[in-house]
Design a protein around this ligand. Structure first.
Ligand code: ZN
Length: 465
């Protein structure tokens, strides 16, 4: 009997970690991500399995919630082989190092505070350090290519297919034989949209005995991309007319590159007023470099830019601000700036410095282009906070706050159902990577439109395949 157990992204959207134990004795882990937001403390818990029992770790893509606990996995005894795309490991390195750095800084701050109360022994050590991240790269790594069948062992074959979510993101198909019968298990990974500016559309998969599908937006449909583009354009034009500036808190991987492409498109069409655009995030700059390096995996639009201009993302208004001095210089700019800075949910990063300089001024605009998780500063502002606190200083929120939801890198309900409808053979359906209430809505929709029962996977639940 083959068994699947989810140790993350079960009834929540973060912490992706799924263990497939095959009857032949091979153990495969699919993703090993970080829990974020309200469930963050779960990262400190044990995995729920012994990392030294895992033979292979397959990684769908380089987002933190899919790779963030790999250093912990290695630290706690994982001795197996990692299989993923080369670019995914490049992105994962940036993401995991950033995560180690943030945890170190937060530990130092908490330790100092606790010292004043004589409680420093109660402060939890960071989950892992930068040297733990380096140890990940000492494990054997096998680089995958789309559509190439990898022979694992014991007659198990793995194929990575394009999920169209971020650079080289993958749908993973695992084929094996059990009791003389061929079986196919498919993990959707995070699925992208068909109309994404930077990524190609997700590949179609035809067969699965068991499909484990993400359900982040299983409950809703996004506004169209065109509508969102127009909204952003109007905010920029209106803000510049008032001699203000536009702040965009942005996620380093994918959303930043999409916004850059969109601004470049507006520039091409003569729809972007003369301005200065600052990409003020070292992590986003590094991710953008990785996107450039693997350009052949990006959309046609990106490759047309490259052919025409010799560069995908650059255009005359765009400046990169890698160093802190570059970032501080932006403060001297009076108006007509677009400042793209991390973190995407404003729970740290350079965006906070820009809040100090600009959030209190009604001429400016703050544009959210990604989901703001509960418990983050971004969510507080979206929910209408009139005053926030940044590094111990109160700041009133007078800038115009906008939320534009159409830039999601995840397929919406229609996208997910349409992707599922292309299967010619689909036996069992399991929902992962979604909040419970949203999954229940998605479950009903699947039954209504595809006449299929879908099961919502619980943490640690044993699923027989
Ligand atoms: Zn993702």
């Amino acid at each position: 009997m083959t068994i699947l157990q989810s140790y993350g992204a079960a009834e929540v959207v973060t912490g992706s970690c799924h263990l497939l134990q095959l009857q032949c004795g091979t153990n495969i882990l699919i993703d090993c991500g970080m829990f974020q937001g309200l469930v963050e403390e779960r990262n400190q818990n044990s995995f729920g399995f012994d990392p030294s029992d895992i033979d292979f770790l397959l990684i769908t893509h380089g987002h933190l919630d899919h790779v963030g606990r790999i250093p912990k996995l290695v630290k706690e005894g994982f001795k197996g082989t990692i299989i993923t795309h080369r670019s995914t490991m490049d992105l994962a390195e940036v993401v995991m190092l950033d995560s180690a750095h943030l945890m170190k800084e937060s530990y130092k701050t908490q330790y100092r505070k606790a010292q004043r109360l004589g409680k420093e022994k109660e402060v939890k050590e960071p989950l892992y350090t930068e040297s733990d991240v380096r140890a990940v790269f000492h494990r054997p790594i096998l680089f995958a290519t789309y559509d190439e069948e990898i022979d694992l062992e014991n007659g198990i074959f793995v194929t990575f297919k394009n999920a169209g979510h971020i650079l080289d993101s993958a749908i993973i198909q695992i084929i094996y034989e059990e009791n003389g019968r061929k079986k196919t298990v498919v993990f959707s990974g995070d699925l992208g949209n068909d109309d994404d500016l930077v990524m190609p559309s997700p590949d179609i998969v035809k067969e699965a005995d068991a499909l484990f599908i993400e359900s982040t937006y299983g409950d809703r449909n996004h506004k169209g991309a065109e509508e969102s583009d127009l909204e952003l354009k109007h905010v920029i034009q209106k803000t510049f007319l008032n001699e203000g500036n536009v702040l965009i808190p942005s996620f380093a991987i994918e959303r930043t590159q999409e916004i850059l492409c969109l601004l470049k498109q507006m520039y091409d069409k003569g729809e972007l007023p003369a301005c200065q655009i600052f990409l003020d995030s070292p992590m986003a700059i590094r991710a953008t470099e990785i996107y450039k390096r693997y350009h052949e995996e990006l959309s046609e639009c990106c490759n047309e830019f490259l052919e025409r201009d010799g560069t995908i993302f650059d255009f005359p208004y765009l400046h990169y601000s890698p160093r802190i001095q570059d970032s501080m210089k932006i403060n001297n700019e009076d108006s007509r700036c677009i400042i793209i800075a991390g973190a995407g949910m404003c729970n740290g990063g350079r965006i906070l410095q820009h809040f100090k300089h600009r959030l209190w001024n009604e001429k400016n605009a703050l544009v959210f282009v990604g989901y703001q998780v509960q418990g983050t500063l971004g969510r507080k502002i979206v929910d209408g906070a009139k005053k926030i606190n940044v590094y111990g200083e109160d700041i009133i929120v007078k800038a115009n706050v906008h939320t534009i939801n159409g830039f999601s890198a995840h397929a919406d309900q229609n996208g997910l159902i349409e992707w599922m409808s292309k299967f010619t053979k689909l036996d069992k359906v399991f929902l992962i990577h979604g909040e419970r209430d949203k999954q229940e809505i998605f479950q009903k929709e699947i039954e209504k439109r595809l006449d299929k029962k879908a099961h919502i996977v619980k943490f640690g639940e044993k699923i027989n395949i």
